[in-house]
Design a protein around this ligand. Sequence first.
Ligand SMILES: [Zn+2]
Ligand SMILES: [Zn+2]
Length: 141
Amino acid sequence: MDAERIRESLESNGLRFTSQRYCVMAFLLEHAGHPTAAEIFEGVNRLDPRLSRATTYNNLRDLVQAGLVREVAVEGRAARFDAKSAEHHHFICDWCGRVEDIAWYPVPRPGAASLGKRVVRASELILRGLCSACAAEKASQ
Ligand SMILES: [Zn+2]
Ligand SMILES: [Zn+2]
């Protein structure tokens, strides 16, 4: 995604275009493997050493709040981040912690009766188990 498209997506989501936000978005779009906040900081700091950890984390939080970046919670490990806009599900490996994208398919929504007065913003499915590499390693033991 080029700078102009990143600018448009920031502005259409109510965020001012800044070089720091651009760096965080561009890094996430280039690294689709769901990096952690620490990995994002290392990556953007390499591109622009003036970027501090606090600034990077604040920008990341703004992007998550604006809905441009998804935070994928991984039990017992650092959260991972994803700027892919296409709807998709996630698979998380219990063994190595890898987070993989699963092609989107519709999941049934609970009926209104079980939701009560809750306002649902999004729904996603997280599948857990062993990734193909870990499954192969376990099988060969
Ligand atoms: Zn694995
Ligand atoms: Zn993803």
